[in-house]
Design a binder for this molecule. Structure first.
Ligand code: ADE
Length: 224
């Protein structure tokens, strides 16, 4: 899979791809992540990518020209399955959307910044808008990093069997069960004895019950 991320401040994202699971996924060529600086597509000497809003107010707005130039350049090199704009107005991200996107070959993620983006970009150039939650971030970069992380960890080979995404919270509409590690006794706080029983079928059953219990009490909406 290839993910092209267009941003006015790509530096904001580089560290999220430089560590741990994502770093390894990129090094092992399971995913290619390409951070693109929108300013490289500005047509004037000042490298301007935003301008005042027609009608006044609203602060600076990202211009359509550099975005269109950037997308044209990208599309001349490959075909994209989705061109996603990160926006609090978009469909709310969930595991199902991540699963869908993880099956795509090439996607573009466009990060908004400043006060907004020329509406014509949204009308004509993008295929999907995604929000990571009902709150407003100062730009789409952190949201793009969240989306990329959630998608990349689902790609075949990125996680090993033990950390398999199949046992994640949400993957079967259930929250994950509690986990514990050594020491088994800490300041009089013990762990459920079944986990020390060595009986894997019973442990699996217990974990499933815990998942159900936790989902019922914390996120009953997932069970509907
Ligand atoms: N840009 C600003 N806020 C956002 C959000 N909640 N989700 C996605 N992109 C955003």
């Amino acid at each position: 899979m290839r993910i092209d991320i267009i941003s006015a401040v790509p530096e904001l994202m580089s560290s999220s791809f430089g560590h741990s699971i994502l770093k390894r996924a990129i090094a092992n060529q399971l995913v290619e992540v390409n951070l693109i600086n929108l300013r490289d597509y500005a047509s004037n000497k000042q490298k301007q990518i935003d301008d005042y809003a027609f009608g006044g107010g609203a602060g600076m707005v990202l211009m359509i020209e550099p975005i269109d130039a950037c997308l044209k350049d990208l599309k001349s090199q490959r075909t994209y399955d989705e061109i996603i704009y990160m926006s609090p107005d978009g469909e709310l991200l969930n595991q199902k959307i991540c699963n869908q996107l993880s099956m795509q070959k090439n996607i573009v993620i466009l990060c908004g910044h400043y006060k907004g983006i020329d509406e014509r970009v949204r009308e004509h150039l993008i295929t999907r808008e995604i929000s990571i939650g009902d709150y407003v971030l100062s730009g789409g970069e952190i949201a793009a990093a969240v989306l990329s992380d959630a998608v990349i960890r689902l790609l075949p080979g990125v996680l090993n069997d033990e950390t398999s995404a199949l046992s994640d919270s949400f993957q079967d509409n259930l929250l994950a069960p509690p986990v514990y590690t050594r020491p088994a006794e800490y300041q009089n706080w013990g762990i459920p004895p079944i986990l020390l029983s060595g009986h894997s079928a019973n442990i699996d059953k217990w974990r499933h019950e815990q998942s159900l219990e936790r989902t019922k009490s914390r996120r009953p909406d997932l069970l509907k």
